[in-house]
Design a protein around this ligand. Structure first.
Ligand code: FCA
Length: 347
C-alpha cells in the first residue's frame, strides 16, 4: 500500500516506480541506464555502497565519514551516493551492481520504496542493510526480514520530553501560559515514534494534552520546519512560553528560527533536537538561542558499524543481526565540546 500521507504527486511517483520495477522484473520494461563499469575490481575485492537520502545533512555526512574510516581500516572500497528520490535510489543500485559492489547500506528517501529496493538488490545479487529509516512493506508494517540498524526512537524521544519538562519546571512557567510545539513528520515511522515519545513524556510530566500543538513538516529540512512552525505560531498568538521538540535537529532549528521571527524572547522558549550533529554551529553561537540542546546519536555506529557488518557479511559470510538499535545522549551548551570529542565527531 502506498502511504495515504504522501502528497498525490509523490504517491504517483512511488506507484510508477513500483510498476516500472514489476515490468523490469518481468523482463519487458524499458532498459535502465547504468554507468559504465569502472576499472574491473580485483577478484575478491570488497566493494560496498552507502546511499543516503539527504547528503546535505551533517548527520549523513558523518555517517559517510565513519564508513570511510571503516573502509580504510578494513581495506574495502566504499561507494557513496546521494539518493534523494526513488528514481535516484534505484538507479544508484544499478550503478553499484555495474561497478562490482557486493552489497550496500541505504537510508531510503521514502521507506515505502522498501519492497522495490529489496527486489532490485535481490535481482542484482547485492546484500542489503537499511540504516536509520526502516523499510515499510506493502502491508504498511516494518519489513522485519530486512537487516536494519536504527535508533531506539521512542526512548530517545521520551528523553527529549523529559528534558523539556525538567526545564519547564525549573523555570516555573505557569501551565496556562505554556504550550508545546511538536515538529512532526508522521510519514516516517522513526520520526513519528520520536515525537510521540516526547509528547507522551510531556503529558506524563503534567502538560495538558490540549496544550500540545503539532506542526506537520512538508519536508525534513530547515525551510520545511520554518514554514510549518510559522503557520502554527501565527495560530496561537496568546502563548507566552514554548517547549519545542521534533524529529531531528533541523526540524527543531526551523522552529527556533520561526520563534525568533515571531519575536518570542530567547528565554521564553526551550528547544531540544535529535542528532546532535546538525546543531553544532547553533551551540557554538556566542549568544545563546532558544536551542537548549540535542540528543546526540551515534553516527559512528550508524556509519562505521553498518559498513563493518556489511564487510563481514560479504567477506566471511557473517550475517548481521536483523535489528540493531542505538541510544542517544543529551548534549547542551555546557558539555557539547567534550562529548563530541569523546564520540570522535570533533577533534
Ligand atoms: C532519520 C533522520 C536523520 C537522522 C536519522 C538517524 O533518517 O532523517 O536526520 O535522525 O534518522
Amino acid at each position: 500500500m502506498i502511504s495515504p500521507f504522501l502528497p498525490a504527486s509523490r504517491r504517483a511517483v512511488v506507484l510508477s516506480l513500483v510498476a516500472l520495477l514489476a515490468l523490469a522484473a518481468a523482463g519487458c520494461g524499458p532498459k535502465t541506464e547504468t554507468a559504465a563499469p569502472a576499472a574491473a575490481p580485483k577478484p575478491g575485492a570488497v566493494r560496498i555502497g552507502f546511499l543516503v537520502k539527504q547528503p546535505e545533512e551533517p548527520w549523513f555526512q558523518l555517517e559517510w565519514k565513519f564508513a570511510d574510516q571503516a573502509a580504510k581500516d578494513l581495506g574495502f572500497t566504499l561507494i557513496k551516493n546521494g539518493a534523494p528520490d526513488g528514481e535516484k535510489v534505484l538507479a544508484a543500485i544499478d550503478n553499484l551492481a555495474a561497478n562490482g559492489a557486493q552489497g550496500f547500506i541505504v537510508c531510503a528517501p521514502d521507506t515505502r520504496l522498501g519492497p522495490a529496493i529489496v527486489a532490485k538488490a535481490k535481482a542484482a545479487g547485492l546484500k542489503l542493510l537499511a540504516v536509520d529509516d526502516q523499510f515499510i512493506g506493502p502491508d504498511g508494517k516494518p519489513m522485519a526480514q530486512v537487516h536494519y540498524l536504527g535508533i531506539s526512537a521512542r526512548k530517545i524521544g521520551a528523553a527529549v520530553g523529559e528534558t523539556l519538562a525538567a526545564e519547564f519546571k525549573r523555570r516555573q512557567w505557569p501551565v496556562a501560559e505554556t504550550a508545546v510545539l511538536a515538529m512532526t513528520y508522521d510519514e516516517l515511522a522513526t520520526a513519528k515514534e520520536r515525537t510521540d515519545g516526547a509528547i507522551d513524556a510531556l503529558v506524563a510530566a503534567g502538560i495538558p494534552a490540549d496544550r500540545i500543538h503539532k506542526a506537520p513538516q512538508r519536508t525534513t529540512d530547515i525551510p520545511g520546519a520554518l514554514e510549518a512552525a510559522t503557520t502554527l505560531l501565527t495560530r496561537h498568538p496568546g502563548v507566552k512560553y514554548w517547549l519545542v521538540c521534533g524529529n531531528n535537529d533541523n526540524g527543531v532549528l526551523g522552529a527556533v528560527r520561526a520563534l525568533e521571527g515571531r519575536r518570542i524572547p530567547v528565554e521564553n522558549a526551550v528547544a531540544v533536537g535529535i542528532n546532535g550533529t546538525d546543531c553544532i554551529a547553533e551551540l557554538e553561537k556566542a549568544k545563546p538561542t532558544s536551542f537548549h540542546g540535542s540528543m546526540l546519536l551515534s553516527a559512528k555506529a550508524h556509519g562505521y558499524r553498518t559498513a563493518e557488518m556489511m564487510y563481514r557479511w560479504i567477506k566471511d559470510g557473517v550475517e548481521p543481526p536483523l535489528d540493531t538499535r542505538t541510544v542517544g545522549v543529551l548534549i547542551t551548551r555546557e558539555n557539547f565540546r567534550q562529548v563530541l570529542r569523546e564520540q570522535g565527531v570533533r577533534d
